[in-house]
Design a protein around this ligand. Structure first.
Ligand code: ADP
Length: 716
């Protein structure tokens, strides 16, 4: 707030009209000054000190009223005067209120066309003992106490007017002699204002520094890396929140300690290095560890004593009063663990004697392990380019892998089967192969991997065994056939009428021989099914064609047993769903299942064969009967060779217990499966599942319509 301070009018000359007071006492003045200085130092309230000083100086100079003020720049950049102390001369209630309100912060006067303005602008004392006639006057507002004499003394600090004192109405007026005497007083005011200004500047600088510190701290706290600042002696000065997490020490535990607190013993520099700044600097720059300026891996120690790998970069910050080393640290424990884990996996894969390959979802091979490369004769150190998963297989096997294996794995997660690799030197390597698909977070296939084991030896053993079994069986079959022939001729009466007892014994021998022949035949079939999977004559088949061939083969049995066989699904698209198979073997499979169903059904009943295809492209052929059913405890075992639920079956229906074992061997030889559901007294359903060919991979256009295309096709 700016007061309209004018200093006129007063026409009478005060100095001449009244006798002046006595000279001022220098002792008293000094007393006032030293009290002011002491008060200022002790309680520091500048306004009170200046008020007391004003009272004292008014008293000493026998002045009536006055002020002490400091210059400052107004908002418009022009000088103003703000009072530190001023006599209250308010002459109206309104002015008194205004004074009360504004005095605590100082009253501001900005009219420089006045006597006090002359002091400030000229920087020289102004004595006006006849203010009414003084050209520099500004005039007084109405009601203002009369101005009879005026003295204004500037406060000069380094040539700049920093403030002034104004005194009025000393009886007898003011003189230059008085001005001289008041010099200690003005000097005191100058130093007080100087001290206040320096204090204000310091405060400003401090608050700026605090602001900068707060900003720096906020930045440090927000960074993810641990930041540790040490001084020239290696003492920790700053330690952010990430450092607390990384090292386990709270900031208050770490700050003030040597940086060695965070270093494992073997890295800790010797104590004499730590104590000497230059040596520490050399140490940091390139002594034991060339830390400075570059990012590197070191080991650090946590509060709990664990030593961990850390990436550290140190920079040097030089300021006029200190040199600091700023260390940015990143804990590498987890990335080290991940790398170690990866190395472990890679090492395991490289060390495995099996073929391990990884490729993309479309079957492009990206990597093959060492054993795999050796197996197929691929150079160990050459990158793999343009190799497809099927390229390592024989032609028959490639078809199986590309048309069945890969699509099945993409649909179901994995596929396993027996395949054949090409031997680099020519020839075939029988393999037991698994294809697996790994998916990303959204379930999209990311990689296809495969593990394949060379089963040459196992195959050889199997071959020898089966050779033995079939040799023995063949050797048995020939004499058995001739025994059956001879016994048949005997019962037919070729040797004349036999005595009753002999006839019944020959009949028993004949039926036992027939059972033995069936057994030998089944053993031969099972051997064939189990060992000749790769020998199957696979071609593209359709379910309709397979079922029709089976019905023809079973017609005699069906008629003989008086059990009808009906087929469901022959008129549906499923009948045309293409799949790979050996027609003769699959007919044998279905003959066994339908034959059993007929055997265990009462005469006059019906056996149902039904065809369907699942959404994931699996062909299902089920054979259901309403026969005696199978007890739950036997459901698992009936597929094993020579297993029969009830040995009386053998006598009644004449089975060998090998039929279902043959069924399973043929189904698995086609990468399929067979299962059974059955309820005693209600009936049984045997279901065979076989993979079909993706319609788009089939060379048969009708095939596309043959099955619901709802499965997720993963091929590119
Ligand atoms: P078998 O030559 O004795 O029929 P399989 O391996 O074909 O031998 O069958 C094993 C056993 O499973 C049979 O002895 C019989 O107990 C049971 N079995 C097979 N099919 C059926 C069926 N449709 N109904 C009831 N039992 C069955």
């Amino acid at each position: 707030m700016t007061a309209d301070h004018r200093d006129t009018p007063s026409s009478e000359s005060h100095a001449d009209s009244v006798a002046g007071p006595g000279p001022i006492s220098p002792t008293k003045l000094l007393e006032h000054i030293s009290r002011a200085q002491r008060d200022f130092i002790l309680d520091g309230d500048a306004r009170e000190v200046f008020c007391r000083l004003l009272d004292d100086i008014l008293d000493s100079t026998a002045s009536e009223y006055g002020f002490i003020g400091e210059t400052e720049l107004g908002v418009d950049g022009r000088p103003e005067l703000r009072t530190w102390a001023i006599t209250n001369i308010a002459w109206t209630d309104e002015l008194a209120q205004w004074f009360e309100k504004n005095n605590p912060n100082g009253l501001v006067f900005d009219n420089m066309e006045t006597l006090f303005g002359a002091v400030l602008t000229e920087g020289r004392p102004v004595i006006a003992n006849d203010p009414g006639t003084d050209g520099r006057r500004g005039g007084l507002p109405e009601g203002h106490p009369p101005l009879l004499a005026f003295l204004g003394l500037p406060f000069l600090l380094g040539g700049e007017v920093v403030g002034m004192v104004g005194l009025a109405n000393r009886v007898g007026g003011y003189s230059s002699e008085l001005v001289e005497k008041l010099e200690p007083f003005t000097a005191t005011c100058v130093s007080l204002i100087g001290a206040l200004r320096a204090g204000r500047e310091r405060d400003m600088a401090n608050s700026e520094r605090r602001q900068r510190m707060a900003e720096t701290t906020a930045v440090l706290e927000s960074v993810a890396d641990a930041v540790v600042v040490v001084d020239e002696l290696g003492v920790i000065r700053t330690y952010n929140r990430a450092a607390e997490t990384t090292f386990g020490y709270a900031a208050k535990e770490a700050i003030g300690h040597r940086i060695t607190l965070l270093m494992p013993d073997e890295l800790t520099p010797p104590p004499d290095v730590l104590a000497d700044h230059d040596r520490l600097r050399r140490y940091v720059e390139g002594g034991v560890q060339p830390f400075l300026g570059m990012r590197q891996e070191v080991f650090a120690r946590r509060k709990d004593g664990t030593v961990f790998p850390m990436e550290l970069s140190v920079s040097e910050v030089v300021s006029p009063d200190a040199t600091m080393f700023v260390g940015t640290c990143r804990d590498l424990t987890s990335s080290h663990l991940a790398a170690t884990e990866l190395q472990m996996y890679a090492g395991t894969i490289e060390a495995t004697p099996d073929f391990v390959g990884v490729g993309t979802a479309d079957g492009t091979v990206l990597a093959i392990n060492e054993a795999g490369r050796r197996l197929i004769g691929f150079p160990l150190d050459e990158p793999i380019v343009n190799l497809q998963i099927g390229d390592v297989h024989t032609d028959a096997s490639r078809r199986l892998v590309v048309e069945v294996g890969l699509p099945t794995a993409l649909r179901q997660g994995s596929w396993s089967g027996e395949t054949e690799f090409r031997r680099p030197s020519g020839g075939v390597i029988p393999m037991s192969q698994v294809i697996m698909v790994s998916r990303d977070a959204h379930g999209h296939p990311r990689y296809v991997s495969t593990i394949a084991r060379d089963i040459t030896e196992a195959k050889e053993v199997e071959r020898l065994k089966s050779e033995f079994v079939s040799t023995v069986s063949h050797e048995l079959r020939t004499p058995l056939t001739s025994i059956r022939g001879s016994l048949g001729l005997l019962t037919g009466g070729v040797a004349g009428q036999l005595p009753d007892q002999a006839a019944s014994m020959i009949q028993l021998a004949l039926s036992s021989t027939e059972r033995l022949i069936r057994l030998v035949n089944d053993i031969l079939d099972l051997e064939k099914a189990e060992t000749q999977r790769l020998g199957f004559e696979m071609r593209q088949l359709r379910p309709g064609e397979l079922v029709n061939a089976t019905i023809d083969a079973i017609a005699g049995l069906s008629e003989e047993a008086d059990v009808a066989v009906v087929v469901e699904g022959l008129d549906r698209p499923v009948a045309n769903a293409p799949f790979l198979g050996d027609i003769d073997r699959l007919v044998q499979l279905l003959v066994n299942l339908i034959g059993n169903a007929i055997k265990f059904s009462p005469p006059g009943d019906t056996v149902t064969v039904s065809l369907s295809v699942t959404p994931d492209g699996t062909l299902r052929i089920s054979v259901s009967d309403n026969g005696c059913g199978i007890d739950g405890t036997h459901l698992e075992t009936i597929f094993e060779p020579f297993r029969q639920v009830d040995s009386s079956d053998r006598r009644r229906v004449g089975g060998t217990g090998l039929g279902l074992a043959i069924v399973r061997a043929i189904a698995e030889g086609h990468h399929g499966s067979v299962t059974v559901r059955s309820t005693i007294g209600v009936g049984s359903t045997f279901t065979v599942r076989l993979p079909t060919i993706d319609p788009r991979e089939s060379d048969d256009h009708e095939a596309a319509a043959a099955r619901p295309d709802t499965r997720p096709h993963a091929s590119p």
